[in-house]
Ligand binder design. Structure first.
Ligand code: ZN
Ligand code: ZN
Length: 88
């Protein structure tokens, strides 16, 4: 399975799609859409009090608070997982 982003990014060995999305959306002040600051405290917990079960959980948490509704990244491009190759 090859994960791709709407911007054309394709998942690499050392950079997953989630890493890429986090990079695209993460604000410099790390303040999420809920107005709280989100920062990884240790491997599985966030400064806001969120406790993840797995590292993926924590990644998803960051994405859910940092990703804007229109999926526009800080670089002005749209970033969202391209689910299937049915985009003509
Ligand atoms: Zn958080
Ligand atoms: Zn992208």
């Amino acid at each position: 399975m090859i994960a791709q982003c709407a911007c054309g990014f394709t998942e690499l060995d050392d950079e997953t799609l989630v890493d890429h999305l986090q990079l695209a959306f993460e604000p410099a002040d790390r303040t999420g859409s809920d107005g709280s600051v989100h920062e990884e405290l240790d491997r599985l917990s966030c400064l806001c009090g969120f406790a993840a079960i797995t590292g993926d959980d924590l990644d998803q948490h960051f994405l859910s608070v940092f990703a804007p509704a229109d999926a526009m990244g800080r670089d002005g491009r749209k970033h969202e997982p391209a689910e299937d190759a049915c985009v003509a």
